[in-house]
Design a protein around this ligand. Structure first.
Ligand SMILES: [Ca+2]
Ligand SMILES: [Ca+2]
Ligand SMILES: [Ca+2]
Length: 212
């Protein structure tokens, strides 16, 4: 799988969304949401001029595989980015619900590249989505689904509207109304497996002592 390294600084404690029971999103960071520039992208980032499009709180995140948007959305900004951290980890498919008002998708063409990561530093490219395909119900924009195997702690979104659609009239990039994923609860290791792991760790410690 293609791996792209993105610089993503620490999701600081101040960014934690709180300890609500069952809440799977434990951190959120973006270049256009007023939270800094931890995930850097090449080129100039052009964020929205509308305050209500800079609020990551407009993104509903559903971890049970089912959900829909509410027409309030966050704009990534041209070349802008967004990273969500999940606990427990999530798996695909991931569905991103995009908004383009008033049937403007013919001129305001927008696209996003979607990444997965387990350390917040090395991101696998999972796929892309745009506002030209998928299901468009006329009021809620376009629903795009990216299928992937495995589990991830982080999902990243980077706007690629300009590089995907030359001449697009989009001024603030791909817009995210909601994101749908599926949580995967950690499977507890049986006691025998824990003992085995302890033994392997002990062997490693003995080897390193011998070398020194
Ligand atoms: Ca849009
Ligand atoms: Ca937009
Ligand atoms: Ca929303």
């Amino acid at each position: 799988m293609t791996t792209k390294s993105l610089f993503f600084g620490a999701l600081t404690a101040s960014m934690l969304l709180g300890g609500t029971a069952g809440a799977a999103v434990v951190g959120i960071d973006s270049d256009c949401g007023g939270t800094g520039s931890e995930l850097t992208q090449a080129g100039t980032i052009t964020c929205s001029g509308a305050a209500d499009r800079l609020d990551t709180g407009n993104i509903e995140v559903f971890e049970n595989g089912i959900g829909s948007g509410d027409n309030d959305f966050f704009s990534l900004g041209l070349n802008g980015s967004l990273v969500l951290e999940f606990d427990p980890v999530i798996t695909g498919a991931a569905t991103v619900i995009e908004i383009t008002n008033g049937g403007g998708s013919s001129s305001h063409k927008e696209a996003v590249r979607i990444f997965g990561s387990n350390d917040g530093i090395n991101f696998d490219i999972l796929g892309t989505a745009d506002n030209q395909g998928g299901i468009d119900d006329g009021t809620r924009g376009t629903t795009s689904t990216v299928s992937f195997a495995g589990t991830y702690s982080f999902l990243g979104f980077v706007d690629i509207s300009k590089s995907t659609f030359a001449g697009t009239a989009s001024s603030d990039g791909f817009d995210i109304d909601a994101i749908v994923v599926t949580s995967v609860s950690a499977v507890p290791l049986p006691a025998s497996a824990l003992l085995l792991l302890g033994g392997v760790a002990g062997l490693g410690a003995m080897r390193s002592r011998r070398k020194s």
